[in-house]
Design a protein around this ligand. Structure first.
Ligand code: PEP
Length: 256
């Protein structure tokens, strides 16, 4: 069975300012240096990508710079949108697709998420495809069905070779930013089922190699137990990523 390098990503959402983002990136870059066995990424707001990348470079950090979103077309009349080439120009190597706030606040559907995932991969970026059920769906025992539907649509047309640059983030919507967390057993169960789906879509090698990370109110106090589960390969962190100390404590837990 291949060793999967854990990935911990910090999704800063629409937070920070120019000075704060630069400083947070510097602190994360410095703090992550002690945890070489963990791949670390930050996802600052678009306007702060370049400054955050400069901070990481100054800290001689191997933390990867990521973006929170992308647009599918290479250029043209798409007011307000940002292309994959623009992201790469700014130093981003990794991007989120299908984050629950894009799905449920902005209104992106499965097809849009799939198109964005394909565009990210075609541009050579690593893509963190986020999936997960709402509270209503969970209460209706639809967790697995939603994960299967979103993963299938999100990975539609993605080749086996491209799967090497895919990470799946299982993020139950009811746990994001709410302080509620899936139990380690529930999260493990969802992750194992997602891995089984990847085996159906591709094969056992792809399924064993892919990183499936958990997101939803992960913090230093619950990270150790969640990250100890065999199919949880890291975390996508929102609130706790805004404080370098907390974020690095989660990185440390992933490397333990
Ligand atoms: C997220 O934004 O992906 C997330 C998991 O947020 P939080 O950690 O705040 O729940």
């Amino acid at each position: 069975m291949p060793e999967r390098t854990p990935l911990v990503g910090g999704n800063w959402k629409m937070n920070t300012n120019l000075a704060g983002a630069s400083e947070l990136a510097r602190q994360v870059g410095e703090g992550a240096a002690a945890h070489e066995g963990v791949e670390v990424a930050i996802f600052p707001p678009f306007p702060y990508l370049i400054a955050s990348g400069e901070s990481l470079a100054e800290a001689r950090s191997r933390v990867r710079l990521g973006a929170q979103d992308l647009w599918t077309e290479p250029d043209g009349a798409f007011t307000g949108e940002v292309s994959t080439a623009m992201l790469r120009d700014c130093g981003a190597e990794i991007v989120l697709t299908g984050h629950s706030e894009r799905r449920h606040v902005i209104g992106e559907d499965d097809d849009r998420v799939g198109a964005k995932t394909r565009a990210a991969l075609e541009a050579g970026l690593t893509c963190v495809l986020c999936i997960g059920e709402t509270l209503e769906e969970r209460d209706a025992a639809q967790t697995d069905a939603v994960n299967v539907r979103q993963a299938r649509a999100g990975l539609d047309g993605v080749s086996k070779a491209q799967m090497e640059r895919v990470v799946i983030a299982y993020e139950p919507v009811w746990a994001i930013g709410t302080g509620k967390t899936a139990t380690p057993d529930d999260a493990q169960d969802a992750h194992a089922k997602i891995r089984a789906l990847i085996e159906d879509l591709h094969d056992a090698d792809v399924a064993q190699a892919i990183r499936i990370i958990y997101g939803g109110s992960m913090k230093p106090a619950n990270a150790v137990e969640l990250l100890a589960q065999p199919d949880i390969d890291g975390g996508l962190i929102g609130g706790a990523a805004l404080k370098a100390e907390d974020f690095i404590a989660i990185v440390a837990a992933a490397g333990a």
